[in-house]
Structures are given as structure tokens and as C-alpha cells.
Design a protein around this ligand. Structure first.
Ligand SMILES: NC(=O)c1ccc[n+]([C@@H]2O[C@H](COP(=O)([O-])OP(=O)(O)OC[C@H]3O[C@@H](n4cnc5c(N)ncnc54)[C@H](O)[C@@H]3O)[C@@H](O)[C@H]2O)c1
Length: 305
């Protein structure tokens, strides 16, 4: 009977082919020959399955650490430091839309006064986000931290209120602009209605409850023809989806005051302008056309964004 060595390495190589299937089978058989090897394999497979399942649950429970840009010890430290108050009877304010035009100015003014400020902004691309990033850099240089996140993220808001006992919320995050609604109507509902409700829910449950100041708009006066406008004028004839969502915001905030006693003040801004302004607004188009010697297009109606 030929030895195993002879079988694998015949004396005249090339005379006949080594039967690989046969050899592999033998090796395979050798691996599983004993019951103890099989037992070890079974243990190994069980351990592999268990570690896969626990990894899955870790990913599920902490998915934000993989999908969002917030969280962590360093992140919390930056928030606490940004929220620190530097004057007696000062406020700690959560400013939504802090990378926006009005939000960046409000944040700087509050910080300068000695109040604590934490910003939140989703840096959407309604207009060039590099402008928002530039505002963020300016705020960072003054010790103001802006959280990158959406006001529809209830978990993020809860976390922020967990870290800081905000005394006030300055709510400026919104989908602004009137004409963009033809292109992306849902962005108005997402930020101006959905986002507002998520924010109010977070404020309602926060302890202490913060006082809320938020930006409505003069566009709620809509088709009203009486000028100058007054707070008591009718606001039930919006002339744009933007105006309709701001009007809805006024009713929603009224409800949260009525039911939960939240302190809420709404501001109806008219056209706001100044340095670091919004590039979608008329004064940008006007200036560009004037510099290029072109006529200015006038849109009828009073619809600030
Ligand atoms: N500028 C004006 O003339 C004017 C007039 C009337 C009302 N308003 C209101 O004032 C507020 C500030 O306006 P602005 O001119 O600074 O606009 P802006 O677009 O420059 O600022 C709004 C900011 O909110 C952020 N944002 C939008 N949706 C968000 C979301 N879901 N989550 C987190 N961040 C979000 C945007 O990225 C942006 O940086 C808005 O509520 C606007 O409707 C402005």
C-alpha cells in the first residue's frame, strides 16, 4: 500500500495528475475528524453570531455617532463654554439659525453683552453655504459655538437642553424667501412648521422652560392694502407659501402659550438688511445691476422674506 507521501509526491512527477479534490477532501476530513474540532467550530460560530448581533444593537442605539456630526465629550465641552454667562443676571440663549444673516448678528450682540450663546444651524444650501461658514468662523472667533444640526432633530434638541439650562431661545431658523417656494415648497413646511413644532416641544419639556422669541414676518399682512400696517390688521390672506407658514407659526405658538404656558414673543420683521446680508434679497440684485449699468427689476407687492 503506497504511503501518504508517495500519493502526494509520485516518483515520476508529471506522469499523472494529483487528484486535488481527493486531497482536499482528505484535508477537510482531517479538520473535522474529531468531535472536539467540531465543537470548537460550533463555539466559534456562536461567538461570531453573538458579536455581530451586539455590534448591530450598538449601531442602532448609537447611530447618531455614525450618521451625525454631533455628540462626544469635546462637543459638550464646547457647548458649555459657549453658553457661559459673563454678566450678572445674564441670559443663556439658544439661537436657532445662528449661521444665518440675522442669527449671526443677534449671536454676536448677545455675546458682546455678556450673555451665553449657543447656536444651531443646518447650513442648508438655499443660498451659498460658504457665506454661512464664514459667519460661523466669525462667531467662533468670538467664542460662540454653532452646532451643526436640524431643528427637526428632537434628540439633538433634548441633548442641548440637557447640557445647558437655557433661559431663552431666539428662534430664527427658517426657510426664508418667497419665490423659492415654487421650486421647493416642502422646505417651508419642514423648517417653518415641522421644525417650529419640534423646537416648541423641546422648550415645553425643558426644565426650566426657556422664554422663546421668534421671527415671524411682515409677510403675514399679505393682501392687506391698508398702510402703514398695524399688529391689529388682518393676517388671514397670505400671498405666498412662505407667508402662510409664518402665519401658521403664529397660530402654533399661540397654542403652546395657551396650553403649556410657554412664554413666546413673535416679531414681524420687515426687510432686514446690513453687512453679511442674504444674497437672495433685492438690495443684492439692485447693487449688482447698478454696478453693471443694467436696469433694476421691480416686483410688485410687499413681500419681504
Ligand atoms: N431678512 C429679512 O428681511 C427677514 C424678514 C422677515 C422675516 N425674516 C425671518 O427672520 C429669520 C432670519 O432670517 P435671515 O434673513 O437671517 O435668513 P437666513 O436664511 O440668512 O437665516 C436662516 C438660517 O436658518 C437655517 N435653517 C433653516 N432651516 C433650518 C432647520 N430646519 N434647522 C436648522 N437651521 C435651519 C439656515 O441654514 C440659515 O442659516 C427667519 O425666520 C426669516 O423668515 C427675515
Amino acid at each position: 500500500m503506497p504511503s501518504l507521501e508517495e500519493e502526494l509526491f509520485p516518483s515520476t512527477p508529471g506522469k499523472f495528475k494529483i487528484d486535488r479534490g481527493h486531497t482536499m477532501n482528505r484535508q477537510f476530513n482531517r479538520c473535522f475528524a474529531s468531535t472536539s474540532t467540531m465543537f470548537l467550530w460550533a463555539l466559534f460560530l456562536i461567538a461570531l453570531t453573538a458579536s455581530y448581533l451586539s455590534f448591530q444593537s450598538f449601531v442602532d442605539s448609537g447611530s447618531r455617532y455614525f450618521t451625525a456630526s454631533w455628540g462626544g465629550i469635546q462637543w459638550e465641552k464646547q457647548i458649555r463654554s459657549s453658553a457661559q454667562i459673563h454678566r450678572s443676571k445674564g441670559m443663556s440663549v439658544l439661537v436657532t439659525g445662528a449661521a444665518g444673516f440675522v442669527g449671526s448678528h443677534v449671536s454676536l450682540a448677545l455675546k458682546k453683552r455678556g450673555d451665553g450663546v449657543v447656536g444651531i444651524d443646518n447650513f442648508n444650501s438655499y443660498y451659498d453655504p460658504s457665506l454661512k461658514k464664514a459667519r460661523k468662523s466669525l462667531l467662533n472667533s468670538r467664542g460662540i459655538f454653532i452646532v451643526e444640526g436640524d431643528i427637526n432633530d428632537a434628540r439633538l434638541l433634548a441633548k442641548l437642553f440637557d447640557i445647558v439650562a437655557f433661559t431663552h431661545v431666539m428662534h430664527l431658523a427658517a426657510q426664508a424667501g418667497v419665490r423659492y417656494a415654487m421650486e421647493n415648497p416642502h422646505s417651508y413646511v419642514h423648517s417653518n412648521i415641522g421644525g417650529l413644532v419640534t423646537l416648541l416641544e423641546a422648550c415645553k419639556t425643558a426644565n426650566p422652560q426657556p422664554a422663546v422669541v421668534w421671527a415671524s414676518s411682515s409677510s403675514v399682512y399679505g393682501l392687506n392694502e391698508k398702510v402703514p400696517f398695524s399688529e391689529s390688521d388682518r393676517t388671514d390672506q397670505p400671498a405666498s407659501l412662505y407667508a402662510a407658514t409664518k402665519k401658521a407659526g403664529e397660530e402654533i405658538t399661540h397654542t403652546y402659550n395657551h396650553i403649556y404656558g410657554l412664554s413666546i414673543t413673535g416679531l414681524r420683521f420687515f426687510t432686514v438688511y446690513g453687512p453679511f446680508g442674504r444674497p437672495d434679497m433685492a438690495y443684492f440684485f439692485f447693487t449688482r445691476n447698478i454696478l453693471q449699468g443694467k436696469p433694476i427689476t421691480l416686483f410688485s407687492g410687499q413681500e419681504p422674506g
